[in-house]
Design a protein around this ligand. Structure first.
Ligand SMILES: [Zn+2]
Length: 275
């Protein structure tokens, strides 16, 4: 299951891509603008351009380009794209056809909003696929090796390998990331939910055979914002044919299960395995 609609891949020209890599390296979901035109055929045109040989002045490629009704792949996730100096080896780069100097109003026009919807769906897909939290990282957090979402500008400020500042000062980060979280989080993390002292979350495998249960999170104050980690657990369960339903229970009920804690492999989630 994916949230975004993907066009068939139009491969970037081989002179525009780097080495094969393991997708395990991917920790940053990086948003760009093309500095080309915004329009109904701009995304397709951009993929045609990326499929042409590199020139002396332009060797860029992106893994994905956001169209108004789909996401267009150009570079497979397990290849390096030349998009974000300093973070090409561990980043997944996606590009809006458009310009970083767009105003808030221009980022809220009809075409931009269609692109935002595709971008949010793409972020949700990749957050689940690679266990990446849907939070925008600061340059310091990028340098520290954290996993998350950022713009080219944040990588520039982290590593100073380029001067690019896209997607620009008026890009609506909260709007796009909040929309992505709506896809990955089964519950609304905003008002009305009890605090962690009153509640933990349990994901159960209701197949009648497998009695394992996963609990997240409880001990830290960050349990609910990390919707991607919770959704990643659910996604894993559902991929294995489990129910994956989220239940809420009280700490008393939780303690009643008799638990042993484990680290969930490959994810940013903290879990307790109930046997
Ligand atoms: Zn860029």
């Amino acid at each position: 299951m994916t949230f975004a609609t993907y066009a068939p891949i139009k491969r970037a020209h081989p002179t525009r891509t780097g080495a094969h890599r393991s997708t395990a390296a991917i920790r940053l979901l990086i948003l760009h603008t093309s500095e080309g035109s915004e329009g109904l055929i701009s995304a397709e045109n951009l993929t045609v351009f990326i499929a042409s040989p590199r020139s002396a002045t332009n060797l860029a490629s992106y893994h994905y380009v956001f169209d108004t009704d789909c996401v267009r792949p150009c570079v497979p996730d397990d290849y390096v794209a030349y998009a974000t100096g300093g973070a090409n080896h561990d980043g997944l780069a996606a590009c809006y056809p458009g310009k970083a100097y767009q105003s808030a109003a221009e980022w809220n026009d009809e075409i931009s909003n269609l692109q935002h919807e595709q971008a949010a769906r793409w972020l949700a897909d990749k957050a689940l696929q690679y266990g990446i939290p849907l939070v925008r990282l600061t340059p310091a957090q990028i340098v520290a090796g954290q996993r998350g979402v950022c713009g080219h500008v944040d990588v520039t400020n982290a590593y100073h390998k380029s001067t690019h500042t896209d997607p620009g000062p008026h890009f609506p980060w909260d709007k796009v990331i909040d929309r992505a979280r709506q896809f990955t989080s089964p519950i609304d993390p905003t008002p009305g939910l009890p605090m962690e002292d009153d509640m933990v979350l349990i994901i159960t495998c209701n197949d009648g055979v497998d009695t394992e249960r996963w609990v997240t999170n409880g001990p830290t104050k960050s349990w609910i914002p990390d919707g991607a980690a919770l959704a990643a657990l659910q996604f894993t369960l559902q991929s294995a044919g489990k129910d994956g339903t989220v239940h809420s229970v009280s700490p008393e009920q939780f303690r009643g299960y008799g638990v042993s804690s484990v680290q969930y492999p490959g994810r940013d989630a903290w879990g307790v395995r109930i046997v």
